[in-house]
Design a protein around this ligand. Sequence first.
Ligand SMILES: [Fe+2]
Length: 160
Amino acid sequence: VFVAADYATELAGRYGGDAVVARAAAMLHDIADVKMAKRGKAHEAESRHMARELMKEVGFDNVQIQVVVDDALPYHSCHGDERPATLEGKILATADAMAHLQTDFYLHATWAFGGERTLADVKAWTLEKIRHGLDVKTFFEEVRAELRPSYELLRQLYSR
Ligand SMILES: [Fe+2]
């Protein structure tokens, strides 16, 4: 989360988004992790609820709260046809993909799935997720070019 938040701040500087809103979105996008395992819709709904309450509490205005809670959080994963509409929403999606492609995220995911999935399944899941991160969640052409070397290495590693 802190890695994604730093990328979100950096992207807001580069592309002209509201840096505080973009950072808040990144800090809050999985906030329900403090209460429950990350499985399905309940986690997402709880993250949005907690984000709304916390943002109200510290004085964000309604528009800023809407951008985070009604756009960035629900659409940053870019499932199916869903895409964030706001710049800060696109920044969160991109920052999340950057955090996944440029940290040990997939190694941890491999360990976490170790007990319940075969290695072949984990590799297939990873290959699809890195592709989705680069091609779908990354909204800025320049950033996609910057991420490509990390993507390529992970792709080769998980293809073996
Ligand atoms: Fe994330």
